[in-house]
Design a protein around this ligand. Structure first.
Ligand SMILES: Nc1nc2c(ncn2[C@@H]2O[C@H](COP(=O)(O)OP(=O)(O)OP(=O)(O)O)[C@@H](O)[C@H]2O)c(=O)[nH]1
Ligand SMILES: [Mg+2]
Length: 268
């Protein structure tokens, strides 16, 4: 995969495609077939890119079987081992930009995010002028279903902590159900995004905000996964706590805007 600053020159897309959702997977064999079918059965024109990190449970093989039916709209990128959610998305962003997609969404494989909401996120970007639409649990109309109290506390605590420290006007900064206008991603030097877990989601929103893009929150209901196991761990929480402090430090004492901007691209 080319570094961000080169692919505009060497791999500029010849044609534009409209919208794609990137689904990162690690051991999601219980969910992957249903989530792919759920997206396509909406008939909203979304393509799907699955980024699988060598899942030992054979998730990628199931995607390959589905590709026989959805050969033009379902794509798979396989990486050798579990390299983390953040790098999976960066890989997917570069892939989707290079192919020429105008709107690039993120969604979990585990049905915590309702595929039917994809179009609402897309609509916020396409019709309402958002540069980044965030599926938000913590604005009016948003909700969380079936999460144990400790996960709700952790998630709400993380949002509160992030907002206190970064002063970023996003009520659900750890949200992983989002849609980007391609220009938003093009304006970032994606190689400078460093975090991989919760902190990755925060950093992407922080970067978009620092680059003066319009972020719009769209209320969603988040539902706890019913099948498969969570990949959440203490390391991800620790990265979130330290990562937010690091972002604050960089934006106070270093030129974060300069660091994150793709200098070879549009002026922002
Ligand atoms: N490619 C890739 N995907 C990952 C990795 N870690 C997690 N994922 C996927 O990222 C999505 C979110 O992970 P989850 O385990 O559901 O994490 P979470 O939603 O924060 O936690 P839960 O609510 O407990 O499920 C899922 O589709 C995972 O399969 C990884 O290292 N690489
Ligand atoms: Mg999940």
């Amino acid at each position: 995969m080319l570094p961000t600053k080169y692919y505009y020159y060497f791999a500029a897309p010849k044609r534009r495609l409209e919208k794609i959702v990137i689904i990162p997977t690690y051991n999601e064999r219980d969910n992957i077939v249903n989530i792919v079918r759920a997206v396509f059965s909406l008939n909203t024109g979304f393509h799907i890119l699955v980024i699988d990190d060598g899942s030992p449970d054979g998730t990628a093989e199931l995607v390959k079987e589905l590709q026989q039916q959805f050969s033009d709209t379902l794509f798979l990128e396989e990486r050798k081992g579990k390299l983390g959610l953040g790098t999976a998305y960066i890989h997917g962003f570069k892939w989707a930009l290079q192919k020429g997609y105008r709107f690039i969404c993120e969604m979990d494989a585990d049905f915590s995010h309702n595929p039917a909401d994809l179009d609402r996120l897309y609509h916020a970007c396409k019709a309402e002028g958002a540069d980044l639409a965030v599926g938000s649990r913590y604005i009016k109309g948003g909700a969380v279903e079936n999460w144990p109290w400790d996960r709700i506390l952790l998630s709400k605590g993380a949002s509160f902590y992030t907002r206190m420290i970064l002063w970023m006007p996003v009520k659900d900064p750890t949200a992983g159900f989002v849609c980007y206008r391609r220009e938003t991603l093009e304006a970032m030097n994606l190689d400078k995004i460093t975090f991989v877990g919760y902190a990755f989601q925060i950093e992407m929103k922080f970067a978009a905000w620092k680059l003066h893009f319009k972020i719009q929150e769209v209320p969603i209901t988040f539902i706890d996964r019913k099948l498969g196991v969570s990949k959440m761990n203490k390391g991800i929480v620790k990265e979130g706590i330290l990562g937010v402090l690091k972002l604050r430090f960089m934006s106070l004492f270093k030129d974060y805007h300069r660091k994150i901007k793709n200098h070879d691209f549009a002026s922002v």
